[in-house]
Design a protein around this ligand. Structure first.
Ligand code: ADP
Ligand code: MG
Length: 679
């Protein structure tokens, strides 16, 4: 048995872990022994020092050794059972609410010497401990440092401790995977030392070095995986593409605007990659509305001119469709494009799959559906992933496998991601930034409005409509129940219909495809003036005639998400506005957040503030999707360790180090499915 196999075993192999307890652990996402021992205590309580009764401090947790003198079981409802105990300096009562006499007699046997630890109370002139949990005739069991686990809903600390003890008995000795230099930085603490000291510390103020070592392991394993994906990816040569130098001009004439300096620069960098033998693995990062789409479409057409295919993946169907339409408008006469989503019907889909295999389709736009195994390309040359951070490592890997050796990858994101997260999500990727926005853009004016003043908002909407403008009206998803998650949008829609009649449209996840398309078409044609929706419009969609976005319960969204939503307007030359509606009972923090949005239109600044106020999970939308990348590490708090891990990865890459040394580490951190194929 490999030493990591025990750690990856199911918790139910541990003595004392039956079906119901295992279930409780699983609810806390603790499935393996490894999960269990990575549940680090939230605090430690020192019960090691014995105190005489006369020296007890009320309100403190203290340990005394006493003789059990007398039981007092009143057998009257609501009156607690009492056990009178003493040492040679005074008396102490143990008070039990809701405990059976048999149990009490068992843990506190008459006339026996017992060690007991608990919070000291004082009642009618006597010290007391209520419902003591730490009691034993064996003083060694009590007189030590006790670990307190916070993840214990439904599992008492005693039981958690017992199970941990059980797991630690057979803890295998792991051979060191960290390099000498790195290990030195963590005071040469081995993995085993770190685990044992965190669960069974010798003092309560346990030094940071133990947990830091484990945090570092977690970061390093993640980076290693990314590094392998990337190296593997770049290792294989591809067919260099010829670039059509007239394409930008052609596009500019067709769409009626000139590209910005940064857009041109981005195209140049991508062209360099396309025409090189090395595969491209590039992130195109630019704030909402900076014009990433057109850059990616020009790149696509360049690849198609070389008789290679393109897979363009968007996070939502609506967005895929919009990109598809735009592509068709510009390049329709050169290329055959298709849209493939989860909703494409069976027959059409089979047709598309066939054509993709024969290279009769040059570019396919779609959502997650493009990941499926069945989809095979004849000559895939470029994969484009829009709003990349919504896809996981696994999905990315699956997609990049499709293109075998000849495939370039371009990912696009509007979310400014701090360096630590960048390494976590992408590894050390090449990055192109679009900083400037297209000319003639007016700043979006942002207002906040108490929901009680909704009538002012309605008045404003009427005015906008009279000017020929269109309005997005966004309602939050209600998460508790999937069935009615769009309820707030439906209510608002019915409400607005009474005022604006057929000028209002409704869009949410449960509306079927045809109706959705019709509504969007009508909105685009200006037949609908107000589009009420859930966050389905969040990413990327482009309606140049929409000049106002109203967001209800704005405080329920992350700042970056609000900024993205706001980016749906202000895309034409008209003055646009964003109205953030809130309920009067806003917390201080929520008020602060809305204020930041009001005062800034800079996605990078907003993301930074968002990070400070809500942590990294929210920025990337991980909290909503229930994903958590790290168990222990925090990209903000542990930023220095992320940088250290980055250095180490570069060192490993530069020296072409053998990864077998890291095998256990990678196995334990549950990325084995990816790593197996790569090593
Ligand atoms: P994002 O970077 O958020 O994906 P888009 O590519 O959707 O932004 O572009 C936003 C809007 O800006 C679109 O309506 C697009 O047609 C327009 N646009 C893009 N580039 C320019 C430009 N150079 N000049 C004017 N408008 C542009
Ligand atoms: Mg976009």
């Amino acid at each position: 048995m490999n030493n990591y196999e025990y750690l990856l075993s199911d918790i139910s192999i541990l003595k004392g872990v039956g079906v119901s307890l295992a279930k409780k652990f699983r609810r806390k996402n603790i499935n393996t022994i490894f999960d269990l021992i990575l549940s680090i205590p939230s605090k430690y309580i020192d019960r090691s020092i014995e105190t005489k009764i006369k020296d007890l401090h009320i309100g403190k947790i203290q340990t005394v050794t006493i003789v059990v003198e007398k039981y007092n079981f009143p057998r009257v409802r609501n009156l607690p059972n009492k056990v009178i105990c003493s040492d040679n300096t005074g008396k102490l009562d143990c008070i039990f609410f809701n405990s059976f006499e048999g149990y009490i007699k068992k843990i506190l046997p008459l006339n026996k010497v017992v060690t007991i630890s608990g919070k000291i109370g004082f009642f009618r002139g006597k010290y007391q401990i209520t419902n003591p949990t730490h009691v034993s005739t064996d003083e060694n069991k009590i007189k030590k440092i006790h670990s307190n686990y916070s993840l214990t809903e439904g599992i008492s600390d005693n039981i958690f401790n017992k199970v941990i003890n059980e797991a630690l008995i057979k803890l295998p000795k792991m051979s060191e995977w960290l390099s000498k230099d790195i290990l030195n930085k963590f005071e040469n603490i081995s993995w085993n030392e770190a685990i044992t000291n965190l669960h069974k510390p010798k003092q309560t103020d346990i030094e940071k070095k133990y947990i830091n070592r484990l945090i570092f392991d977690e970061i390093l394993s993640t980076f290693l995986i990314n590094s392998k994906i990337r190296i593997n990816f770049k290792k294989k040569n591809k067919f260099p593409k010829k670039i059509n130098s007239k394409l930008v001009n052609f596009v500019e004439n067709k769409i009626g605007f000139t590209l910005t300096i940064d857009q041109n620069k981005a195209i140049k960098e991508i062209n360099n990659d396309l025409s090189s033998k090395q595969r491209m693995f590039r992130l195109l990062q630019g704030d909402v509305g900076s014009g990433k789409t057109i850059v990616s479409l020009i790149s696509s057409q360049n690849v198609i001119f070389n008789n290679y295919q393109v897979a363009f993946m968007a996070p939502t169907e609506i967005l895929a469709k919009q990109h598809f339409n735009l592509f068709n408008n510009i390049f329709g006469k050169f290329s055959s494009a298709q849209l493939l989503t989860g909703k494409t019907d069976y027959k059409e889909r089979n047709e598309i799959l066939k054509k993709l295999q024969n290279n009769k389709i040059n570019i396919v736009f779609g959502t997650h559906a493009l990941f499926q195994k069945k989809i095979k390309f004849k000559k895939l040359g470029l994969i484009i992933i829009d709003e990349q951070h919504k896809f996981g490592v696994n999905q990315r890997k699956k997609l990049s496998e499709k293109g075998d050796a000849n495939c370039d990858v371009l990912v696009m994101s509007a979310t400014p991601i701090p360096r630590t997260m960048m390494m976590t999500l992408y590894g050390d990727m090449d990055i192109t930034l679009i900083k400037s926005k297209p000319k003639n853009r007016k700043e979006i004016k942002t207002y906040t409005k108490d929901v009680n003043k909704i009538n002012d908002v309605i008045k404003f909407v009427k005015k906008e409509i009279n000017l020929g403008n269109q309005i997005f009206w966004v309602c939050p998803l209600i998460e508790e129940s999937k069935k009615i998650d769009h309820q707030s949008a439906v209510i608002r829609f019915n409400n607005l219909k009474k005022i604006f009649s057929s000028n209002v449209g409704l869009l949410h996840g449960s509306i079927d495809k045809d109706e959705k398309d019709l509504i969007l078409k009508n909105f685009l044609k200006n037949k609908i003036k107000i589009l009420v929706s859930t966050t389905v419009i969040e990413v990327g969609i482009d309606f140049p005639n929409a000049t106002c976005i109203i967001i209800e319960d704005a405080n329920k969204f992350g700042l970056s998400q609000l900024h993205q939503l706001r980016g749906r307007v202000g895309r034409g030359i008209k003055q646009s506005s964003c109205i953030l509606i809130y309920k009067s009972s806003l917390s201080e923090n929520a008020r602060k957040r809305l204020k930041i949005l009001k005062s800034s239109n800079d996605g990078f600044l907003i993301a930074e503030e968002d990070l400070k106020l809500r942590g990294y999970g929210d920025l990337l939308g991980f909290q909503q999707s229930g994903q958590k990348i790290f168990k222990l590490a925090d990209p903000i708090i542990n930023a220095d360790m992320f940088l250290l891990a980055e250095k180490e990865i570069k060192n490993i890459e530069r020296n072409n180090l053998n990864l077998t040394k890291y095998k256990s580490l990678l196995k334990l951190y549950d990325r084995a499915d990816i790593i197996n194929e790569l090593i």
